[in-house]
Design a protein around this ligand. Structure first.
Ligand code: MIG
Length: 652
């Protein structure tokens, strides 16, 4: 059961796309309208019971259970990831309370929202929405999983990227030219490690200007894409939010002419410096500006490019154009506003959007900027690529972004905590439909160790987006640069042997508006150990994973809620054995991956290893596990007609 309560004049975020009945009353929470730190707010409070778990909040720090901390949902570009970070890049205000009562709530507002989930140990869950305009969706159901599925049912179906987007991707801020990129591809080939895409970071552009290609570094982009494509490798360039202010830049000129940019309080176009220097931000709140921005991708798709990542869309800025009028209003600072994150909060009071004729300061609609950019980009790509699916992943997002794009979790670090956070963020992201997601494998900032990179690959084997990406000042992080390259080949090979299953489960989850990665508590809600489990996940319907997440560990303890089939992959063969329910210690050498198949289930694995999905035969599979059949989704990997009719019933 789902219903919706409205407060004030809610902003249309386009998160929910199905009709939802109006609510008669607020349930579970007590409510107060009051001014908090100078901001008129809507405040909701619920008293948690000791046994309650709180799931959700998408891309946030801490564990799968969000209880015990305070989260500030205000999209932020801050590369210093740690558990102390109250804000990340996305805004996913959906939570499910699981315990004495079961219910879900989605606070649908583009404004700043603070979730205090029992941070003081007083059992209070208090949600401060810094707005007087809100849609509050209330969900009831018997289990957290049922409630989540109900929510996924109203926010629309996940976008489905092409098959190659499920292959292994290599990236680095620092690849500068066509020759840099083809060298990386050649080295992967030589190392015998499969590869499907390489990302081009900002250096491929002419002076970091969106929708341009550096004439010297990529003298023949079309020819280069064709050449790479023949080797099974796709190029995935980055696009940033800001449009460089420069006469002669056609995107800038068109944007000015048609009034597509965000405004200052004096009505002039707002200027902020990002990578290309001073830029204007497209006003993605305007449907016509979104459509216009989306169509710009044609410049690059005409060169043979079919995948992109979109960045800096919180939006992130370096400094504002001198002379930008001061903010008309800023809230009284509270503790968090005095942290580095908030030193810049003032800038979001200094530019404006035109939303359906209403002038709105960015601060009040801040959390949908990246979402609307992704929406425009996805719709544009759909239009300019009439015959193929596109790959698109965004840094910033809101609920609903999944209909157009996936996300990556931003500038994490090469440390073991971030590996854990990669795992704990996945269920929350899946709860808001963001199935196509993943972290910078190996970590973005800092220097990765061989051991950490191998263990991280073993987790990313299962995340839909599997991309190794790093900061230009970190040590080089391509797998072939480390000793004992065959260990990397062994671990990444699993991805390609499992792709028939992973791709099938992803598409089936998208079609059914279901989750692809789930916490154990969603499958075994009565099992207290499963409910509290923070380091194992379900992948699709049939696999459980328990990755090694500790430095120096030779294996780990694993909890099996029921008896399962243990599968050990050594880079070549799958060894299976039955293991009883309960806890046991599994040994996992650095070049191996162990996972578990649920009872009476099967998992299709590719019989042959291919070096890119271009050569993959999704039908050449064997079934592992003690079930007798599997319903496999398979298609050509790029057709836009993704539907149940492509499901094939396989039997042993
Ligand atoms: O200010 O494009 O999160 O993945 O490599 C940094 C350069 C801008 C941030 C992204 C990161 C990317 C980097 N970008």
């Amino acid at each position: 059961m789902i219903n919706c309560l409205s407060y004030g004049k809610p902003f249309e975020t386009m998160a929910v796309v199905e009709k939802v009945a109006p609510a008669e009353a607020l349930t579970h929470f007590s409510f107060e309208k009051k001014t908090v730190d100078g901001v008129p707010s809507l405040v909701f409070t619920y008293e948690l019971s000791p046994e309650d778990i709180v799931y959700g909040l998408g891309e946030t720090m801490h564990g799968i259970n969000k209880r015990g901390y305070r989260y500030i949902i205000f999209n932020t570009d801050d590369p210093h990831h740690s558990d102390n970070m109250p804000s990340l890049y996305g805004a996913h205000n959906f939570i499910v309370v699981d315990g004495r009562e079961h219910f879900g709530v989605f606070f649908d507002t583009p404004a700043r929202v603070v979730f205090d989930i029992d941070s003081k140990g007083d059992g209070l869950l208090t949600v401060y929405c810094e707005t007087e305009d809100l849609k509050l969706y209330q969900l009831e159901g018997d289990t957290s999983y049922a409630i989540t599925k109900e929510f996924l049912g109203v926010i629309g179906q996940s976008y489905v990227p092409p098959l190659w987007a499920f292959g292994y991707g290599q990236s680095r801020w620092g690849y500068k030219s066509a020759s840099d990129i083809s060298t990386v591809a050649a080295k992967y080939e030589k190392a015998g490690i499969p590869l499907d895409f390489i990302c081009a970071d900002i250096d491929y552009m002419d002076r970091f200007i969106d929708f341009t290609v550096h004439p010297k570094r990529f003298p023949d982009m079309k020819g280069f894409c064709r050449f790479m494509g023949s080797r099974g490798v796709h190029l995935v360039p980055i696009i940033d939010a800001g449009i460089k202010i420069e006469p002669g830049n056609p995107v800038y000129e068109e944007g000015v002419k048609n009034d597509y940019f965000c405004k200052r309080s004096d009505g002039k176009n707002f200027g902020a410096a990002v990578w290309p220097g001073l830029t204007h931000f497209p006003d993605f709140c305007k449907p016509e500006a979104r459509r216009w921005f989306g169509r710009q991708f044609k410049t690059l798709t005409d060169q043979g490019i079919e995948g992109f990542w979109i960045d800096m869309n919180e939006p992130a800025t370096f400094w504002l154009e001198p002379g930008t009028p001061a903010a008309e209003w800023t809230p009284v600072p509270d503790e968090e506003r005095l942290t580095p994150e908030s030193k810049r909060a003032d800038e979001y009071h200094r530019f404006y959007h035109d939303y359906d004729g209403r002038r709105m300061v960015n601060y009040d609609v801040h959390n949908v900027f990246g979402h609307f950019m992704a929406m425009g980009s996805g719709e544009g790509l759909n239009e300019v690529l009439p015959d193929h699916r596109y790959l698109l992943f965004s840094r910033s997002s809101y609920v609903g972004t999944h209909r157009y794009a996936g996300i990556w979790t931003g500038d994490n670090h090469s440390d073991w905590l971030m590996l854990k956070r990669n795992l704990t963020q996945m269920p929350g992201l899946n709860m808001v439909g963001l199935l196509y997601s993943g972290a910078d494998t190996g970590g973005f900032g800092g220097n990765v160790s061989r051991e950490l990179l191998l263990r991280w690959n073993a987790l990313s084997d299962f995340t839909p987006l599997f991309r190794n990406h790093s900061y230009k000042c970190a040590i080089r992080q391509e797998c072939y640069r480390f000793n004992g390259v065959s260990d990397f080949r062994d671990v990444i090979s699993l991805r390609y042997r499992l792709l028939p299953y992973l791709y099938s489960e992803f598409v089936k989850a998208a079609l059914a508006q279901d989750m692809y990665m789930k916490p154990l508590g969603f499958a075994w809600p009565e099992d207290e150990t499963a409910r509290r489990c923070e380091d194992q996940l379900l992948v699709g319907e049939n696999i459980m994973i328990a990755p090694v997440l500790e430095k120096g560990a030779e294996g780990r303890e694993v909890y099996l809620p029921v008896a399962m089939t243990e599968v050990r992959f050594d880079g070549r063969d799958f060894a299976t054995r039955k293991v009883p329910a309960g806890t046991y210690t599994v040994n996992v050498p650095l070049n191996e991956v162990v996972f578990w198949i649920l009872p009476d289930r099967c998992v299709p694995v590719a019989n042959k290893l291919c070096m890119s999905t271009k050569d993959m035969d999704l039908a050449d599979v064997s079934l592992l596990g003690d079930g007798s059949s599997y319903d496999q989704y398979r298609d050509d990997g790029y057709t836009k007609d993704v539907s149940e009719k492509n499901i094939v019933h396989l039997t042993k």
